[in-house]
Design a protein around this ligand. Sequence first.
Ligand code: 13P
Length: 251
Amino acid sequence: MREKLVAGNWKMHGSLAQNKALLEAVSAGMAGVKGMKCAVCVPAPYLSQAQSLLQGSAIAWGAQNLSQHEKGAFTGEISAAMLLDFGCKYVLVGHSERRAMYGDDDVTVAMKFEAAQKAGLTPILCVGETLEERESGITEAVVERQLDAVTGRLGVAALSKAIVAYEPVWAIGTGKTASPEQAQAVHAFIRGKIAVQSKEIADGLVIQYGGSVKGANAAELFSMPDIDGGLIGGAALDAQEFLAICRAAQR
Ligand code: 13P
């Protein structure tokens, strides 16, 4: 049985004071939550703060991006080894905002995935279609292309130590959640596609849903057979909302 993972993606939000209050409230609230995994992906400058506040707690932490390169003349970039130095477990790769605004194409995303895994981080590979792509009926083709970029480069075995997050772009930050049935259909497609190559890896793969998840809709989404938790943006900035989502992911 797959344990659900709820991960907060704070995006470019927070301050030392806000993070402290948020992480302390989430840590305290997580005391009674069992049978699920919880993580926060904070802005890179706050990794040290997350490490000192969360070490020894049930909450893991991670980053929102990394360089595909190991080291060198890449001004402004952050390597996988640097993230490990701050105790990161997870790192997002291929978030739609990075794909749309920062030139993270399929090849770059696959290289970042590889760099993360090589260093011992668990990549959370984000995939998902835009509204235009959905309306043109190419959702599955888009998601397939995004997955193939990684498995084509690294083989399906790479997914045995990774998370996939299905995040329809039209549902991110819009308040417009995919219906549980819409999300389930894509999650089942992803798992089915991987099962063709390895049933064992497909069965073990945690596939999160992301896009306007809140305390009020999490339980219904998480009740679907192929939805293994969530990648949470806006609602992860509110301790009580985030905790409600974590509680909805309990076994
Ligand atoms: P929202 O939960 O704000 O829609 O963001 C989803 C997301 O992009 C998480 O990575």
